[in-house]
Design a protein around this ligand. Structure first.
Ligand SMILES: [Zn+2]
Length: 380
């Protein structure tokens, strides 16, 4: 009796959206008498990859193990996934193999003792404008948005191998219409998890697929491609899953030489990369305003004028009086939105002759603006 064997290999789209090589794991059938060995080969020489194989429309054939058959394959590794046997050799058999695959390791337990470095240059400070599970575009996502201006250098947050570089788009906007037009880089870590750096500018990658990078290395320039209201970095860490989209999760970051923390929306953070030079840290929230009130700085020349010092989400207002006599200053905001002054307005203060003094701080909440108006009269 001649064995009639009909089979088909069917590839479902790779579940990892990011994957440029969705066919890197090759699934093959080695047919023998009354049995077929299903083999998987990871042809990628840099990335660990997973493959999952399911048997469909099986008639008169059975697998030697529970399905789906799953494997995590190191670069270049091959493995027999399962053996199929014809149940009744006296008649024909047929089946279809369906497979899905992607990079990374769905079986990994993320190591929470690994601290990530800030994905921007050592010594620079940026704000988390949308945090984990944020309500604008991070619903259900453990992702962080950092306020990086167009063209700011993005750094690797953890060692790894560059798995994906997409940098051919110059288009972005604040609607889901633009979601597929974003540029991004994926860096696969040695444990099979990976980081995604999104919205980078056109041709904004500084690395190539397959490159090995260290935490802190410059990898890209920020932009506003994809679904973005303006230039920023969207950063997330994730692991592959056998049954669907990658799973994002929160990770601790180094916030200085010794401390790690989970980052929160609205927070300002300095980047400290191991081995970097020491630097001073200034946070608006920890500035001692009572001490500023006591400070009088000598000035000379010109007119009565204001100085505004912006730190984080606060502005610190100063007035310089170069005149030979003290003045009584009255200051008010002509127009303001989403700001909160530390003093009641209008505010008046005596500014000594040839001196600069602190007036007030202004807290800016989101999209905010203000314009100062002032008048003064010299005192005897
Ligand atoms: Zn985001």
């Amino acid at each position: 009796m001649k064995l009639l064997l009909i089979s088909a290999l069917l590839f479902s789209p790779a579940l990892a959206r990011a994957d440029h090589r969705s066919d890197a794991v090759q699934v093959s059938e080695n047919k023998g008498r009354n049995q077929i060995v299903i083999h998987a080969l990871n042809t990628d020489d840099t990335l660990v990859r997973w493959v999952q194989v399911q048997l469909q429309n099986a008639d008169n054939i059975s697998a030697d193990r529970p399905l789906p058959a799953r494997a995590v394959l190191q670069p270049g590794q091959g493995m027999d996934l399962m053996v199929l046997r014809v149940s009744d050799p006296s008649r024909g058999a047929s089946y279809t193999i369906a497979s899905s695959q992607g990079f990374g390791n769905p079986d990994v337990q993320p190591d929470m003792s690994v601290a990530y470095v800030m994905p921007f240059e050592h010594g620079s400070k940026h704000c988390v404008t949308q945090g984990y599970l944020g309500t604008v575009t991070h619903q259900g996502l453990y992702a962080l948005d950092f306020d990086l201006a167009q063209g700011t250098t993005i750094c690797a947050a953890r060692d790894g191998v560059v798995a994906t570089v997409k940098q051919d788009s110059d288009t972005g906007g604040m609607s889901t219409y633009y979601a597929s037009m974003g540029n991004y880089i994926d860096i696969l870590h040695d444990d099979g998890t990976w980081s995604t750096y999104a919205h980078i500018e056109l041709n904004g990658s500084l690395v190539r697929e397959g490159d090995r990078v260290k935490a802190g290395d410059p990898i890209a320039l920020s932009g506003a491609t994809g679904e973005a209201s303006g230039p920023h970095l969207h950063f997330s860490v994730q692991k592959a899953r056998w049954d669907g989209d990658p799973e994002t999760y929160a990770t601790p970051f180094m916030v200085d030489e010794t401390e790690t923390a989970f980052l929160t929306e609205g927070g300002y953070y300095y980047s400290w990369h191991p081995g970097g030079a020491p630097f001073d840290r200034v946070f608006a929230a920890s500035i001692d305003q009572a001490a500023l009130e006591q400070r009088v700085t000598p000035v000379s020349g010109g007119k009565v004028r204001f100085r505004e010092e912006k730190i984080d989400n606060m502005a610190f207002l100063y007035c310089a009086n170069p005149l030979a006599s003290p003045i009584e200053l009255k200051v008010d905001f002509a127009q303001s939105q989403n700001v909160q002054a530390s003093k009641d307005l209008p505010f008046s203060k005596i500014v000594p002759a040839q001196s600069e003094v602190f007036l007030m701080s202004v807290l800016m909440k989101g999209q905010s603006s203000y314009q100062t108006s002032f008048s003064y009269r010299p005192l005897p």
